[in-house]
Design a protein around this ligand. Structure first.
Ligand code: SF4
Length: 315
């Protein structure tokens, strides 16, 4: 899985002051499961160390200004941002992780100043804005927001689901494969957006008798859009109960009661999501419920990341 990352988050000494902002979750944990392509449009434009810059909202659009000399450096940063964008686009990316608050890399957290020098609002950095426009369906997040366990868990699930779809597409699938793929994502898609899950089912049903390429392409767009949604405790509870429904004919009363209690405790934030999921996984293995065992929602990413062990990963 290839992810483009702001170079300073990888520990490269390329910030304006010659320092870095190494993020150990990205380098030491996610890094075991991904290959990184680094970028830095500012180092390319101005070298390191360099004067800091700011974004100003002017009538003609966003202006990039040197904080020391007040020089308008918009053309140069725009040029190097495009170069970095084209360079990372040469790779089969599954996501982009950006440095928050940066005039280049911030994704919604960059301060935009008014021409009178006062801060006005927050928006995207120059490079981040280009990324949003070029890759509208690609998982994209700032490292600052990834400190929130809920956003982190949702983003990592999105990354791996995106990568899984790309791998599926590269396998030259048939219609039958797409039906099986959709089935395996049933509970994950329901935990994101139940309406979209139904729409995806209709696409797979192919009631218009479209060519497989048209069906796959339509499915891909809505699938990638759906995995970008955030899950909630309510939606996840529905999914857990639905999964438990697949077990109810097989399991004992004690097992049923235990699972029900765990789902309630999860809903009340007493235990983390991993607890009822591990019970469902164990019971599905014990009673050979293959439909459940094939569900991506049980194992959406490497278990070593342990994101569902955190009570705060559910909201
Ligand atoms: S431009 Fe982006 S990658 Fe470069 S130092 Fe600033 S935040 Fe980091």
């Amino acid at each position: 899985m290839i992810i483009a990352v702001s170079g300073c988050l990888l520990g490269e000494n390329i910030r304006h002051n010659g320092g870095h902002k190494r993020d150990t979750f990205i380098t030491d944990e996610l890094g075991k499961h991904a290959e990184y392509i680094s970028f830095c449009p500012e180092d390319l434009a101005f070298g390191t160390p360099r004067d800091s810059i700011r974004l100003i909202t002017a009538t003609e659009g966003i202006i990039v200004q040197n904080n020391v000399t007040s020089e308008d450096v918009t053309p140069l940063l725009t040029k190097t941002s495009k170069e970095e964008l084209n360079r990372i686009a040469e790779h089969p990316l599954c996501g982009i992780i950006l440095k928050s608050k940066s005039p280049s890399c911030g994704l919604g957290s960059t301060v935009l100043y008014r021409t009178n020098g006062y801060s006005e609002t927050k928006g995207n950095g120059v490079f981040a804005q280009m990324c949003k426009e070029k890759f509208p369906l690609l998982p994209m997040e700032e490292e600052g927001r990834l400190l929130d366990p809920w956003l982190r868990e949702n983003f990592i699930m999105q990354l791996f689901a995106y990568h899984d779809f790309e791998t599926f597409k590269a396998s030259i699938p048939t219609m039958k494969d797409l039906v099986a793929y959709h089935q395996s994502y049933k509970f994950m898609l329901q935990s994101k957006n139940d309406d979209n899950y139904m729409k995806l089912g209709n696409i797979v049903g192919n009631h218009n008798n479209d060519s497989f390429q048209v069906v796959l392409s339509t499915y891909e767009t809505l699938f990638k859009e759906t995995i970008s949604h955030k899950s909630s405790i309510g939606k996840t509870r529905n999914v857990l109960e639905h999964m438990a429904g697949f077990l109810k004919k097989e399991i004992s009363e004690v097992e049923k009661k235990t699972l029900h209690e765990q789902i309630c405790d999860y809903t009340h934030k007493i235990i983390p999501l991993i607890t009822p999921l591990s019970t469902i996984d164990m019971l599905a293995k014990n009673y050979n419920i293959n439909y459940l065992l094939g569900q991506k929602f049980l194992h959406p990413y490497p278990k070593e990341l342990a994101l569902r062990s955190d009570l705060k990963s559910s909201k």
